[in-house]
Design a protein around this ligand. Structure first.
Ligand SMILES: [Zn+2]
Length: 180
């Protein structure tokens, strides 16, 4: 089942996102909309730390929190700050294809050996480190994860618009996700 919807024109943007900061993000990044001038942030973007992604957005447009898998569960205070002090009313969560946090557990040996070789860790400490943190950052599937994060954040911040999106590293475009 393909739940991703391409955004090739403004008509493809869900009605609830049109003329909101979420819609603007899609227009800037996918549709080359001319950059507007912003004096303050309009949106909070949660996205993965992965190096293959770069968003086309104007200066001052967004707060950005980057964490493995676009997982904001351990960044809640920063999310609250962007809302309470920064005044943003929208959050987008951007998962991406080929995310390293999917099936993280399968990369255990790579992780442990990498810490030993590259950082000078003892194998035992590296294993312990992995086993302590991997369950917190493991995501089963990129799309399911951003959808569940969106649901969680909607309950936590009921007056804030929360939009789950997916970034395809294959074409560097953002996709809407069909929910439910
Ligand atoms: Zn990732």
């Amino acid at each position: 089942m393909n739940r991703l919807l391409a955004v090739k024109s403004t008509e493809d943007i869900f009605l609830e996102y049109r003329d909101t900061p979420v819609g603007r993000l899609l227009e800037y990044h996918n549709l080359n909309r001319h950059f507007d001038t912003y004096l303050k942030a309009q949106i909070l973007i949660g996205m993965c730390m992965d190096n293959r992604k770069h968003l086309q957005i104007p200066d001052n447009f967004a707060y950005i929190i980057r964490a493995g898998g676009a997982n904001l569960r351990y960044s809640e205070f920063k999310v609250s700050y962007a809302i309470a002090v920064g005044g943003v009313k929208s959050i987008v969560l951007i998962g991406h294809s080929q995310c390293g946090m999917v099936n993280l557990i399968e990369r255990k040996e790579l992780f442990v050996q990498g810490l030993v070789d590259n950082a000078g860790w003892q194998r035992e400490s590296a294993e312990e480190h992995f086993m302590q943190f991997a369950p917190m950052f493991e995501i089963g599937n990129e799309i399911d994860f951003v959808l569940s994060e969106a649901k969680r954040l909607r309950l936590r911040y009921p007056k804030i618009q929360i939009a789950p999106l997916l970034y395809q590293v294959e074409d560097n475009l953002l996709y809407l996700i069909q929910e439910n």
